[in-house]
Design a protein around this ligand. Structure first.
Ligand SMILES: [Zn+2]
Length: 257
């Protein structure tokens, strides 16, 4: 099936959570290392094998505390370490995409921030290659005006570093204050040279600075999103990040057929 849907988070314990995801007919899930990288390689391997047996495709969300553009060298260094530790777990989980929010512009000009993120991605790609981890770094389109990572920046990054890109539809709605241009977004996604595509969605609230908080996904927004994804015949994993990611993923998968 070209569009598959699942929740952010496996639930606890992870193996039982995966069984519940499978039972609900969902086919993907994102492992949330957002607050900590809560498993070692051995546990990652067990969870990964169970997911594979159930036919559930996994991805990883790295810790929130990442800023590749920080003015502090120690923060840039620890940010890369958090991403690479996630990538190592990802290899054992059999999770292809390692999703992260790259960081904040701070006092940097957009081009300066771009160069710093690009160098960091190239450096991390080398470590991944050296260790033969079967993963791809996957920076995400962000929701706050202060955050690096609009779709054009990430498309350029994809072309220049071969990283994947996670398109977060909620973040883009927030950053552009509700004016989400699906035609433009899908046009860029069509040019991505990795497969399947990877995306996040949910309801969202925003203010002048962009994203405020995620909320339950409105049915009309799900329908609109699915309409565009089907129109472009995308092969894509859709991860729901609302306050009820499992419920919203189930709701979405029912609307697929
Ligand atoms: Zn997201």
């Amino acid at each position: 099936m070209p569009i598959i849907v699942g929740p952010a988070g496996l639930g606890s314990p992870a193996v039982k959570g995966l069984d519940k995801i499978k039972k609900a007919g969902l086919k993907c899930a994102e492992v949330e290392f957002t607050h900590s990288i809560y498993m070692n390689n051995k546990m990652a391997n067990e969870i990964g094998q169970h997911a594979e047996k159930l036919g559930i495709k996994l991805s990883i969300h790295c810790p929130y505390y990442i800023n590749l553009c920080s003015s502090k060298k120690s923060v840039r260094k620890s940010s890369k370490k958090r991403i690479l530790d996630s990538a190592e777990r990802g290899h054992y989980l059999n999770a292809k995409y390692i999703v992260f929010h790259s960081g904040y512009y701070g006092n940097l000009k957009k081009e300066q921030a771009y160069k710093i993120v690009k160098d960091a991605v190239l450096e991390m790609n080398k470590v991944i290659k050296k260790n033969k981890w079967k993963v791809m770094l996957c920076p995400e389109t962000t929701g706050k005006v202060s955050q690096f990572g609009d779709l054009d920046e990430l498309y350029k990054l994809h072309r220049q570093t071969r990283c994947a890109v996670c398109v977060d539809f909620a973040h883009m709605r927030a950053k552009y204050k509700g004016k989400i241009d699906y035609k433009h977004i899908c046009g860029i996604m069509k040019k991505f040279k990795f497969s399947p595509l990877h995306a996040h969605f949910s309801g969202i609230t925003w203010g002048p600075k962009g994203e405020k908080s995620h909320k339950i996904t409105p049915i009309n927004e799900i329908k609109e999103l699915l309409k565009w994804l089907k129109k472009y015949k995308f092969n894509i994993s859709l991860i729901n990040e609302s306050p009820n990611p499992f419920g919203d993923a189930v709701k979405t998968s029912r609307l697929l057929h």
